[in-house]
Design a protein around this ligand. Structure first.
Ligand code: ZN
Length: 433
């Protein structure tokens, strides 16, 4: 038996509600408390159980209707202990690593005790991802879609119980499906269900997946219900500068970053040079972010009013990947009765996802990352549309072939030439290499 955690001064209170948020790598249990309570968490084996002791607390809710389907918990029991303490026992399907902490009240909830169970999550569906393109020269463009908020963090709240976390998850899922259906694209979500992921972890996931782009999906709120329209954000110059400083300050992050910058290694560089390299990377992604943001904004403008006509810039944490272009899309104002009424319908969610999708595609058609299928097929198209060359004095057929990376034979066949003789002004069709 090991005691994992003891915290917070004792104060008598009651547990008014218990929520469960199953995530892919852990399951979160949240106890709503009327006041902070001292707690103790320990595990017992054969059979596997987790015991949560709350001193001076009593249970004021029925835990019988908590949905335990996708969790490692088989059953939740509770009992009074020592007259005034509460003991909650989780009967487990397998052993877990618990982590517990307390949260102070916010807009939504009061005092909370959070227990995260790691390592025992039962995943119902195995993830379907597109098979990686065999030819490394034609890899898929990977777009990481990040639905904002989740779990105990509902985001903006609108009339008739519309919650940002639900709307943005639905739009993100639609967007992911559209991207996955398109040849040359692959998409992954940072969160796939109703649970919370810390902001830094979202950017870390994008880096881990080697994303070409990160799109964070949100919906706005404002005190005035009149505010309306969609907008797009990229990182601000100031946010970028302070982020560069932060990365440089935390040396242990450096090696992490290098993977994303490609062949650039910061390990063996002195601090000044590392700073310059990092700054270049940040500036390059910022330029791309603004460009992709512009495409998305214009595309959204065809189906929605725009809150601002240009890509805005702010210091949002989810945009702070120094090496991955990132945008944050506000799909509309959930505080506006008309827009929130629209945003809650599947039809409009699909329309919005389609608009973002079209914007992304427009950007990538224009500037496909090298080595991707999209870059390759763009080149093919250009060739197919008839790249031609007009013969000038001194040209030789073999030199033209070499310059265009085609074989002499192909070049001759493609133009129906029987010998290598050329005349000035003659137009050759260049075959695809
Ligand atoms: Zn939000």
């Amino acid at each position: 038996m090991a005691v994992w955690f003891v915290a917070a001064p004792a104060l008598a209170g009651s547990v008014s509600n218990v929520r469960i948020w199953p995530a892919p790598d852990h399951t979160r249990l949240v106890f709503d408390l009327s006041s902070p309570a001292e707690h103790k968490v320990f595990a017992l084996s054969s059979p596997d159980r987790l015991v949560i002791d709350l001193s001076g607390a009593e249970l004021n809710t029925d835990m019988g209707n908590i949905k335990l389907d996708d969790s490692p918990i088989r059953r939740i029991r509770s009992a009074k202990r020592n007259q005034n303490d509460l003991r909650v026992v989780l009967d487990l399907k397998q052993s877990v690593k618990p982590k517990s902490f307390v949260l102070k009240p916010n807009d939504q909830y009061g005092h909370r005790l959070v227990i995260d169970l790691y390592g025992g999550t039962v995943s119902k569906t195995s993830e379907v991802t597109k098979s990686v393109e065999e030819n490394s020269q034609r890899r898929d463009i990977l777009v990481v879609v990040d639905p904002g908020h989740g779990g105990d963090d509902p985001g903006a709240l609108g009339p008739r119980g519309v919650r940002e976390k639900d709307v943005v998850l639905a739009i993100s899922r639609e967007l992911q499906a559209m991207l996955n259906q398109k040849k040359g694209y692959n998409s992954r979500l940072t969160r796939k269900g109703d649970y919370f992921i810390p902001l830094r972890q979202r950017t870390n996931l994008a880096r881990e997946y080697n994303a070409d782009l990160m799109v964070s999906v949100h919906a706005d709120a404002f005190k005035s219900p009149q505010a309306s329209g969609a907008s797009v954000y990229a990182l601000s110059k100031r946010g970028a500068t302070s982020e560069t400083a932060r990365w440089l300050a935390t040396k242990e992050n450096m090696s992490d970053l290098i993977g994303g910058v490609g062949s650039v290694s910061l390990d063996d560089k002195d601090d000044v040079l590392a700073g310059v390299l990092l700054d270049l990377s940040m500036t390059a992604s910022l330029k791309s972010s603004l460009s992709v943001g512009d495409h998305v904004l214009r595309s959204m403008g065809r189906i929605s009013k725009l809150h601002k006509k240009r890509v805005e810039q702010a210091g949002f944490v989810v945009l702070k990947s120094p090496d991955i272009p990132s945008i944050l899309v506000e799909t509309g104002f959930i505080s506006n009765p008309v827009e929130s009424g629209r945003l809650r319908t599947q039809k409009y969610q699909r329309k919005m996802a389609q608009a973002i999708y079209k914007g992304l595609q427009g950007y990538f058609d224009e500037s496909p990352p090298p080595g991707t299928y999209v870059a390759w097929s763009k080149l093919q198209n250009r060739m197919a549309q008839g790249a031609t060359y007009k013969i000038e004095r001194g040209d030789t057929l073999s030199e033209i072939a070499a310059r265009n990376r085609v074989s002499l034979n192909d070049l001759m066949q493609h133009n129906g030439l029987k010998n290598e003789q050329l005349r000035i002004g003659q137009v050759l069709k260049i075959p695809a290499s």
